[in-house]
Design a protein around this ligand. Structure first.
Ligand code: PEP
Length: 251
């Protein structure tokens, strides 16, 4: 099944509003010719409006780095799906390993956020991935299985087909260590097999699985050429428009 590639930039806690708008404009210019790829930028919450304005009328879509599952109320510091929609967000990164590692994200909260995001008509990018210790001690498959099953628990096949999954081996994030294209593809095939057990092969075959972890212009082409690598979730290299564009359209 042909899956349209999707490249998303996770800007993390970087950029002021003016820096974000400038970077977004540079990205728009650099990827304007990329018709066959979905391109998404995910700035910090406070810069979503500035970036929405900067990408207006372009092929670049807006994403958020997190969301809260409740609609409103006494949840200091949190932002709801409706708030994100109101500023033009289409995609939401959920369960990033930094959220899991530093801010208590669990498979249960990933699941609640994924359900809320889908109910609001937003597209979740559900992140899964093993640590180095889990990989080296043979626990990788179990971790990927429980994160995938946990994240998708109670979600219908029709909704699951709208989701994007990001496979991000924790040991490759921000470290300069990239999974080899073979390691990445094996993990993607494994994740798709879990989705297949949950939803059948047609739905699993429709779900796009991005790779994330030190993806750069010089390794993107090979990673993106793999059978089950349907795009990238990009951290560091998303902060420079020319590098990001070099992943969107690798040479
Ligand atoms: C990420 O944090 O989603 C990521 C993939 O980061 P980097 O590209 O910097 O490894």
């Amino acid at each position: 099944m042909a899956r349209k590639k999707i490249i998303a930039g996770n800007w993390k806690m970087n950029t002021t509003a003016s820096e974000a708008a400038a970077l977004a404009k540079d990205v728009v210019g650099a990827v304007s010719g990329a018709a066959d790829v979905d391109v998404v930028v995910c700035p910090p919450y406070v810069n979503l409006s500035a970036v929405a304005e900067a990408i207006k009328g372009s092929n670049v879509k807006l994403g958020a780095q997190d969301v809260h599952w409740e609609a409103k109320g006494a949840f200091t510091g949190k932002v709801s799906c409706d708030m994100l929609k109101a500023v033009g967000v289409d995609y939401v990164i959920i369960g990033h390993s930094e959220q899991r590692q530093y801010f208590g994200e669990t498979n249960e909260t990933v699941n609640k956020k994924t359900k809320a995001t889908l109910a609001a008509g937003l597209i979740p990018i559900v992140c899964v991935g093993e640590t180095l210790e889990e990989r080296e001690s043979g626990k990788m498959d179990g971790v990927l299985e429980s994160q995938t099953k946990g994240g998708f628990d109670g979600i219908s096949a029709a909704d699951a087909a709208k989701c994007v999954v990001a496979y991000e081996p924790v040991w490759a994030i921000g470290t300069g260590k990239t999974a080899t294209s073979q390691q990445a593809n094996e993990a993607h095939i494994f994740i798709r097999s879990i989705l297949s057990k949950l939803y059948g092969t047609d739905t699993a075959g429709a779900i796009r699985i991005q790779y994330g972890g030190s993806m750069k212009p010089d390794n993107a082409k090979e990673l993106l050429a793999q059978s089950d690598v349907d795009g990238g979730l990009i951290g560091g290299a998303a902060l420079k428009a020319s590098d990001f564009a070099g992943i969107v359209q690798p040479k």
